[in-house]
Design a protein around this ligand. Structure first.
Ligand code: R2B
Ligand code: URA
Length: 291
């Protein structure tokens, strides 16, 4: 990674809202030497992945060792550290992950600005079997712009959102010899601002002014841009990573094929199993690297 002087660093005594911590030697040490930041939406999934890594990477029994939440006073985010891996929850959507990234990276940057940002989550697929896992190449907006618009002091700039394609290949390579029952593909992702309207769902509460044919036309148009899935954070992740020259990508399991249905109709067990797929890929990749 190229060192970026613009990437700010905190100093002792700084208070970080939302993380709800004050920078001191202890916090600096807690967040030191991080090389992999694994971002997931929920606090629960973050803790469960931390426990899996505890047993699989540190060979410690998670029923005996409890992992400390490094952000105990934050109501928005939770973070756990296993060796040089930081597991953090990012909440839902672009504003939430942007607030996290702008709060957290100056802290990580105190020690090492060569970390990778990897979001592990779920999405809706377009024209691919539910359960397929997608690594993002470029993140598109809902109006099919390759990039992400940022408003800064009333100026709108579209920033690039291309993920680290080499990192994608490394992840694909690490997974390729697994006896996998699902496909792992690399494709473009559409980043929506909500689960319903901007994902062109017709089953939301707000009444819509488009019909089924228009919806299908739109989804098929997305597909022409090789957009194979829709989620809600890749725009900001791509923007942030490109701006600060940080290696990043998104690994998203798809829960539904949106060309067939709007509703995620699969059982809770299947949702868990599909979500587990993106986790398994990152666990495998991290084990390859750490051991
Ligand atoms: C995928 O799933 C969540 C919405 O259900 C959102 O965080 C995302 O990107
Ligand atoms: N997450 C999304 O944002 N959309 C889906 O369709 C499924 C999960």
């Amino acid at each position: 990674m190229i060192q970026n002087p613009q990437l700010a660093k905190y100093k002792n005594g700084d208070f970080i809202p939302y993380l709800n911590i004050t920078i001191n030697q202890n916090t600096i040490e807690q967040f030191s030497n991080i090389e992999y930041v694994i971002l997931q939406g929920s606090m629960d999934r973050t803790l469960s992945l931390a426990n899996i890594l505890l047993s699989q990477i540190l060979n410690l029994n998670s029923s005996i060792y409890s992992i400390k939440n490094l952000l105990p006073n934050s109501s928005a985010y939770a973070a756990y550290k296993i060796k040089n891996i930081l597991l953090v929850s990012h909440g839902m959507g672009n504003p939430s992950i942007l607030t996290l990234l702008t709060s957290l990276t100056p802290l990580l940057n105190l020690y090492n600005n060569n970390f990778k940002l990897i979001r592990v989550g779920t999405s809706g697929g377009i024209g691919i079997n539910a359960g397929t896992v997608v690594l993002t190449q470029n993140s598109y907006t809902a109006d099919i712009i390759n990039g992400y618009p940022i408003f800064h002091n009333n100026i709108k700039t579209i920033y690039p959102t291309t993920m680290d394609l080499k990192l994608n290949q490394t992840i694909i390579k690490s997974w390729q010899h697994q006896n996998s029952e699902f496909d792992l593909i690399e494709a473009n992702t559409m980043c929506a601002d909500d689960f319903y309207l901007s994902q062109a769902r017709m089953d939301g509460f707000i009444k819509l002014d488009f019909d089924k044919k228009q919806q299908q036309d739109y989804l098929h148009t997305l597909k022409k841009y090789n957009i194979c899935n829709i989620e809600m954070e890749s725009g900001i992740l791509g923007f942030f990573a490109n701006l600060y020259k940080i290696s990043a990508t998104t690994i998203s399991a798809t829960l539904v094929n949106r060309l067939e249905t709007d509703q995620v109709t699969i059982s809770a067990d299947l949702i868990k199993a599909y979500s587990q797929r993106s986790q398994n890929i990152i666990i495998h990749y991290l084990k390859d690297i750490i051991q």
